[in-house]
Design a protein. Structure first.
Length: 110
């Protein structure tokens, strides 16, 4: 006896199954709650505050006294040495420019 032929149906040609959707929920009208207003604070007069004394930053105070942190001093000498070298066309002895810059900074800070 001959074997049965299997027939296949491609998905493209097969009839799509009907999908049932659940009924949409009905929207009910709701009232929005009004914001509650805070009760006004009782009218009491607060004592007047004295203006705070301004404090001088520590860095500025240190600079006035001639004290700089090692990093600040190094940066100032470095910048000044650059300007001195620039005036001489960047030719010459770098150590000499550095020493001149240190001397100038020492005179400025006293």
């Amino acid at each position: 006896m001959p074997a049965k032929k299997k027939t296949t149906v491609s998905k493209e040609t097969a009839a799509p199954k009907a999908v049932k959707k659940a009924p949409a929920a009905k929207k009910t009208a709701t009232k929005k709650a009004e914001p509650v207003k805070a009760a006004p604070a009782p009218a009491t007069k607060a004592p007047a505050k004295k203006p705070a004394a301004k404090k001088t930053p520590a860095k500025k105070a240190a600079a006035k006294k001639g004290l700089l942190s090692p990093e600040e001093r190094y940066q100032r000498v470095q910048t000044e040495a650059y300007y001195i070298a620039e005036q001489h066309g960047f030719g010459g002895d770098d150590l000499r420019y550095w020493l001149l810059a240190e001397q100038k900074l020492a005179e400025e800070l006293g």
